[in-house]
Ligand binder design. Structure first.
Ligand SMILES: C[S@@+](CC[C@H](N)C(=O)[O-])C[C@H]1O[C@@H](n2cnc3c(N)ncnc32)[C@H](O)[C@@H]1O
Length: 433
């Protein structure tokens, strides 16, 4: 699995062939339009006296044809929040780039390695995953994963091909179902306080036949499991062939240390909350701009950052202004207002900037790979209104590519399934040298 992740390989993406077809189609349409225009102009010369009328008809036909054949037209109602965002920022590009030097935080890996999959692979994966997602047993997974993260988990599990999958935090079992779609025969271990079967009494839930549940009276927290004995029972001797998925809202620094101690190497965190948000200390928070003195964030109310944040907050529910970002007294922006939150924010601890800095140094010393899942599509396509695209990587299907978005089948979903994106992250870790 390790070799698979580190080597770079290229694949022929069918999607790309399709794109070429799409371009060819467009080209032949242009040719048709040109030859139509030439024929029309010949007729104008022929019928000299009638030319003003013919010219008007020609202009009308050309405009109507252009409107009818445009592949990228997105219908926007004037009360659509995206439409008003577009008006405000002036362009789609402006939406994604006016965060200036703040940009998108990321963790540096030891040797600068990255994943082997490319954006073409993600596109190809999307094409396969859409019909799978349509068969999900839990249609409305409020408080659990939406489309973006379901796709990310499925894609990575299928690519990494682990011998065993461990999930911490199953809720009604949607993520267990996603793992099962990725790897039909691979055993799963699920650690979750309430057994998903309990939810079956009230509505849809998913219970897997090849999954060992540590739940109810058998629940054990990830950090307290005797992995030696559990892995032996599952016949797993190589811990680098195990994939761990955390969706349990625990301090991710704590989880990272526990996984490292147990010898696991491949981790996915579902909720990789941005600085100033969320109910637990996340990788993103840990790595946010630590290498710039003061973190690069400005807590001054009349700073450029304050102005930009105030503007963006009007349009994205999860965007923060500097008042929300920074603590009242110490101007502490790291974590959530200087706090390291844990366990759904049932516990939190104030940490100094020095501790935060040390945490980031520790994390980077054990990171082989850090990769954030991009959103599946831009906000003009998904109509999501929650996360600020300026704080996310570029989407798999970029704004403006409505034809592709539609061809992938993504228009068939309710927009609410695209609202849960929180920068899911894949980590590959090893003890520092
Ligand atoms: C956000 S939900 C998980 C959603 C699920 N993965 C999905 O996609 O539908 C969080 C889950 O974590 C569980 N949880 C709480 N504390 C936990 C712990 N210490 N270890 C594992 N799971 C925990 C909660 O009971 C809840 O089921």
């Amino acid at each position: 699995m390790l070799e698979r992740v580190l080597s770079i390989r290229s694949r022929n993406a069918q999607i790309n062939d399709d794109e070429d077809d799409e371009n060819l189609d467009d080209e032949s349409k242009t040719r048709k339009n040109i030859s139509f225009a030439m024929r029309a102009s010949n007729q104008v010369t022929k019928f000299g006296v009638l030319w003003p009328c013919l010219l008007l008809i020609l202009i009308f036909v050309l405009i109507a044809s252009a409107l009818l054949h445009s592949r990228n037209i997105v219908c926007l109602a004037s009360n659509d929040p995206y439409y008003s965002r577009l008006n405000f920022f002036g362009s789609i590009d402006g939406l994604a780039s006016d965060f200036g030097s703040l940009g998108v935080p990321w963790c540096r890996s030891k040797l600068g390695q990255t994943v082997e999959w490319t954006s073409k692979d993600l596109l190809k994966g999307l094409e396969e995953f859409v019909p799978i997602y349509e068969t999900r047993p839990i249609k409305n997974n409020m408080y659990g994963m939406g489309f973006d993260h379901s796709f990310g988990l499925w894609f990575m599990a299928r690519w990494l091909k682990p011998e065993l999958m461990i999930e911490s935090g199953a809720f009604k079992g949607h993520s267990t179902w996603v793992l099962r779609q990725a790897m039909p025969d691979t055993p799963i271990i699920s650690l979750t306080p309430r057994h998903p079967e309990k939810y079956l009494k009230k509505g849809p839930a998913y219970v897997d036949g090849n999954c060992t549940y540590f739940s109810g009276k058998d629940f054990v927290d990830f950090g307290s499991v005797n992995w030696e004995s559990v892995l032996k029972k599952h016949g797993v001797s190589d811990r680098s062939r195990v994939l761990i998925f955390f969706d349990d809202h625990q301090n991710e620094l704590k989880r990272l240390k526990q996984a490292l101690k147990a010898g696991f190497r491949h981790l996915i965190f579902e909720d990789n909350y941005d600085t100033g948000t969320g109910d637990h200390y996340s990788l993103r928070q840990i790595c946010d701009q630590f290498y710039i003195r003061g973190g690069g964030h400005s807590c001054f109310s009349d700073s450029d950052e304050a102005r930009i944040r105030t503007k963006r907050k009007k349009f994205w529910e999860k965007a923060l202004d500097v008042e929300e970002l920074c603590g009242e007294k110490e101007e502490a922006w790291w974590g959530v207002r200087g706090y390291m939150r844990d366990d759904f924010n049932h516990s939190n601890k104030a940490i100094s900037f020095t501790e935060h800095f040390q945490n980031s140094r520790f994390v980077e010393s054990v990171l082989d790979v850090y990769w954030e899942l991009p959103p599946v599509a831009g906000p003009s396509l998904t109509h999501q209104t929650r996360y600020d695209p300026a704080r996310a990587p570029s989407p798999v299907v970029e704004d403006g590519r409505f034809g592709l978005f539609k061809r992938l089948g993504l228009t068939r979903f309710e927009t609410s399934v695209f609202n849960g994106y929180t920068q899911m992250v894949y980590l590959q870790i090893s003890e520092s040298a």
